[in-house]
Design a protein around this ligand. Structure first.
Ligand code: 13P
Length: 248
């Protein structure tokens, strides 16, 4: 049995005061959970996450990183800096980074490699837009996004990574993929990787993300190839997030 991973992506939300309460709430409720739990917080709150979560069952991470190690890159944050703050995970290639900040498949592959080189576990996001789904090219898009990373780092690199399938049309819209729609794509991803390395495919955690919440998590997580969730909005409410962790 693969382990499951439920990770919160806070996106650009929070404050020192709000985070204090949210982290305390999640910490209080997570005791004894069988699922691995993580939160990916904005950069300025990494120190707070580290202070609150160190030694607990909850891991923490960031939502983006630079592809560069160091240098004249004003405003950027390196993988080594994230390690300095105890990050285990970093989200790479989130659709908001791809669409709003122009991150290409090639750039995402560079970031993926930089994360692993520093000992971080990348959570690689893939997923199609609504028009791509309607155009019948979901698998083509997801394959292209995966191939960029596999081409650069090799399929073996996925042994130390997590993939998150996040259909863009389901993110923050309240429109969740049906369990069948999600399972189809998850199975496609696992099958594609199995064609290259069956052992890597078997062990790979593939999370679902996109309007996952307490009320729909159990059904999604019951699918054979859905190994957890990457949770946006619902990760900002301790009870909602904990309910999803329990469902996993
Ligand atoms: P929502 O759960 O708010 O739809 O966001 C999903 C997401 O983008 C997680 O990375």
């Amino acid at each position: 049995m693969r382990r499951k991973l439920v990770a919160g992506n806070w996106k650009m939300h929070g404050s020192l005061t709000e985070n204090e309460a949210l982290l305390a709430g999640v910490l209080a409720g997570v005791a004894g959970a069988k699922t691995e739990v993580a939160v990916c917080v904005p950069f300025p709150y990494l120190a707070q996450a580290q202070a609150k979560l160190n030694g607990s069952a909850i891991a923490w991470g960031a939502q983006n990183l630079s592809q560069h190690g160091k240098g004249a890159f004003t405003g950027e944050v390196s993988a080594a800096m994230l390690r300095d703050f105890g990050c285990k995970y970093v989200i790479v290639g989130h659709s908001e980074r791809r669409s709003l900040y122009g991150e290409t498949d090639a750039l995402v592959a560079e970031k993926f490699e930089a994360a692993q080189a520093a000992g971080l576990v990348p959570i690689l996001c893939v997923g199609e837009t609504l028009s791509e789904r309607e155009g019948g090219i979901t698998e083509e898009v997801v394959a292209r996004q995966l191939d960029a990373v596999i081409g650069k780092s090799g399929v073996g690199a996925l042994a130390d990574a997590v993939v998150a399938y996040e259909p863009v049309w389901a993110i923050g819209t309240g429109k969740t993929a049906t369990p069948q729609q999600a399972q189809e794509v998850h199975a496609f991803i696992r099958g594609k990787i199995a064609g290259l390395d069956p052992a890597v495919a078997e062990g790979l955690i593939i999370q679902y993300g996109g309007s996952m919440k307490a009320s729909n998590a159990a059904e999604l997580l019951a699918q054979p190839d859905i190994d957890g969730g990457l949770i946006g909005g619902a990760s900002l409410v301790a009870e909602e997030f904990l309910a999803i962790c329990k469902a996993a």
